[in-house]
Design a protein around this ligand. Sequence first.
Ligand SMILES: [Fe+2]
Length: 270
Amino acid sequence: MAILLRLVIFLALTLTTSACEVTPWSNDADCQNLKTSEQIEKLIIKESNDGRKDHFKVFLVGDPQGNPANFEKIIEYANRRSDSDFLFVLGDLTDMGLAQEFDWACKIMRKSNKPIIPVIGNHDAISFGKEIWFKLFGDFDFSFQYQGSQFIIYNDNKFEFENLDNRQVIEEAVNNIEITQIDHRIAIAHHRPWSEDLGFNQFLFDMGLSVTIHGHGHHFDYWLEDDVELPHYMVNSAKNVSYGIMTVYPDSIEFEDCYKDSCVPAILQR
Ligand SMILES: [Fe+2]
């Protein structure tokens, strides 16, 4: 009887979904006005209005896949923080890379009263996820400048994308910067540096990076590795309403691990 009931519910959901404009297999998720380029444009306007600040804060949201209610609560917390400038969502907005999942994520992202910039995760790139992502948000790799710092976003989902050359992406971003003097270079990617990629941490250090920021691990971490003086920060998943806050000063960067409205300083593990 229970199996029959589940079958009826499944068929009802399937028929309902197929009757709507958005289906899990289409790439028609409604993410209007959430293109990365539009979000960066908003930041540029904000910077122009605010002028140079002595510090700024960024919300870091990890892996909201399957936790839309908690994702929405984090957006609400961010909306209340007038001292934060924008948000990164550090990948895995979806579980299966389906249009319906992107549609849910975008409905929540649209509630942000600040620019919100997503980074592609491995789960976002399965099934039709790559094409949907590109259509909705744009390039997988990109770079921008804000308040004297350069942000370099690189796609390091090596199992879902062939022949990724993260070194080239980062090197080009560093070399193509328009201003000569910057406070920090901050790299953002879903995965922490892959241990199989020997020498990558040293490469990042040599490129002049101040820190790298990641999701995927579903826990908080703040650490050094490979005897390289380059900190890495990982944010917990959005499950349980966890998120990170980065504060960028001209000569330092600090992180906080947050749960609901309570935050504690992240301590660098050496
Ligand atoms: Fe992931």
